[in-house]
Design a protein around this ligand. Sequence first.
Ligand code: ROI
Length: 168
Amino acid sequence: MSERVYIGLGSNLNHPERQLNDALQALAALPDTRLLMQSRFYASKPQGPQDQPDFMNAVCLLETDLSPVALLKALQQIEQSQGRIKKRHWGERLIDLDILLYGDQSIQTAELTVPHKEMATRDFVLLPLAEISPGRVIPGMGSVETLIAQLEQTFVVPWVALDSNQSA
Ligand code: ROI
């Protein structure tokens, strides 16, 4: 049975918009998986240490027959193949792919917690999610709009390519 799955994407190294585009292509090419929607790209201030570049973030919606664990492994493979480097906790990264929501399932295993634990307080997840899934209720947390209203501040703006030829 296929499920609808929301994935958070983030990058702040080596042409983040290219990293996000590459990851979206790789997600669309996963077996038994379709890429149904993707948000705009958002520029965001880092949560965590401030002495790192701003991030580019997005959220996409997949429909997949992959199990949660199979999908997690697939995301880790995409991260590895794009060259995941993790320099420090809460530090800069080439590409980070997180399972935010897997249908309306709550999953708690050693490897995987869904809904993603920190999504309720992450502006860089909530704003793009609200764009592609307005009214979405996150199990145990509330609606995406309620969560956004509870943020003290947001540091996220839609990112616009000034010259589409340049970003190609
Ligand atoms: N901050 C922002 N703005 N975007 C991210 O994707 C992101 N990812 C992270 C940490 C380092 C916590 N901060 C982030 O993993």
